[in-house]
Design a protein around this ligand. Sequence first.
Ligand code: PEP
Ligand code: MG
Length: 611
Amino acid sequence: MVRRSREIFAGELEIKIFCLLNRTRVGGITVIYSGIAGSEGITAGKAYVFRKHQTEIDAVSVASAAIHTELDKLSEGIALSRTQLVRLKEKVEKELDESKAQIFEAHRMMLEDPEFIDAVKNEISSNSISAASAVKKVTEDYLAIFEQMEDDYMRERAADIKDVSSRLTRNILGISAWDLFSISSPVIIVAHDLTPSDTAMMNKEFVLGFTTDVGGRTSHTAIMARSLGIPAVLGLGNLSEKIKDGDDLIIDGIEGKLIVNPDERQKEHYDKKIEQFKTHRKKLAETALFPAETLDGKRVEIFCNIGMPNDIQSGAANGAEGVGLFRTEFLYMNNHALPSEEEQYEQYRKSAELLQGKPLIIRTLDIGGDKKLPYLPIPEEMNPFLGWRAIRICLERRDIFRSQLRAILRAGIHGNIQIMFPMISGIGEVREAKKVIEEVKEELRQEHAAFNETIPVGIMVEIPSAAITADAIAKEVDFFSIGTNDLCQYALAVDRMNPKVSGLYQPLHPGILRLIKNVIDASHKNGKITGMCGELAGTEEACVILLGLGLDEFSMSATSIPVIKDIIRSVTFKQAQEIATHALELETPEEVLEYSRSKLNEIRRDLVSGG
Ligand code: PEP
Ligand code: MG
């Protein structure tokens, strides 16, 4: 939330040591750390430290007498890796589906490949190096061969080889397994960073909360935590190096605090806060299913953002009236190869059917930036968020784009599906992308395949040049959806992932408000609508201003919906317009924030007093 990312922390670590004299504490000293409040909620549990970079190893020579020991370590490492892979396969088979489980079977086969094992043994014996160094050397040799292969499928197998090799290395070195998928008891994950693919693979049933050293409120880790309703505190500096597995933790995702080894007094305090939070949530839930209508009858739409079809249920339970953003990259990240057209079609169709005619805005692949695919090599870039991303990749890799468009168009006959392009910088890209849709439609016609001929097409407005030229683009599209997460990072030149500059990431900056107004006005002049699927749409302090600016649709993490609906139902549209007009005249983000907070308090007071 704006308030929290501004006020708290700018990446600084505030450490207070409590209880040095407190005899009731158990375990180590209580320490409170401050970070960025990434996802609301409070939880307590044991730490599970996720250290994926521990497998970086240098070549280690061993004395010839130790060669046998290294060969034994290799055999034990292989045996343990085999057991883990078999377990993972069974788990995925049970909890996801059989096709996804096959990847672990393939990994087991690679692990047991006699040629691979012989090559490693040979390295150990002939070059007198440690088992871990030998695995590293043989893996590098394999990778060099695979990465040069012409065939995409074979090239993509390089990622699997890396995966198998790093599992084996960890097991040889005795580093505790960091498979987020194999967690089998409730824990709080403590990590340097969690990529979207890490979070996609984790066993969510047992994840009570996250803390990370890096990341900001609009990083995909925070977005994922919010959509799962899991408390998260991010931007904690190098904390993951200090916390040990099994440490007692409390995460306060409202204030952005992490309490390590709390004493009895702290535990009592937080038990009360947990109860208060639950009561507050319960109260909001009572009205979450009501329409988002102002006191004077202006109706707006409240949608949810999803990463997978299953998120639709939690959206609906929180009062979502549709899906304003389906981040399809999660379908790709949950796979070990590009998902086929058929696989995608099934997921889109399932989502449309679950929504029973309510809108489903499917965003085409938005990979790049902080979202990587292990099987789609993206060259190292100086500035990944300014690099080969999203529509730029799709317009180049037409094979990937066309297969996704075919799946969406075909699923379009099963519900109210709309297509949305990410990272559009200008009208040229819109025309080019629409041309591909037309080509794909023609192909489907030739095949006599059933598809939606009149599917609406919109764009995300998340690059300032698109926001500024929205009047021209509005003529080419059916709708806009403002992606404030990226729009802010590009317009304010503030990396959304970097806690060091998170204090400068101010979505209520007057410059951003003017861009938003420009987009909404341009769409309305052309008879189109504007939604917002960036995190600002679910931010309490922004809600009344956005409503007053004329935003037609708000799309957010499911758990933010009840409070946003509550605010919209507490004001008149006229009041919201006056507040927006005044906010636009203010000069600094601080003034806008202070003003919007004071107005929000007034609205809530009036409501309580019946005024
Ligand atoms: C955005 O940029 O606001 C957005 C919704 O897209 P993402 O967060 O996936 O980049
Ligand atoms: Mg974006």
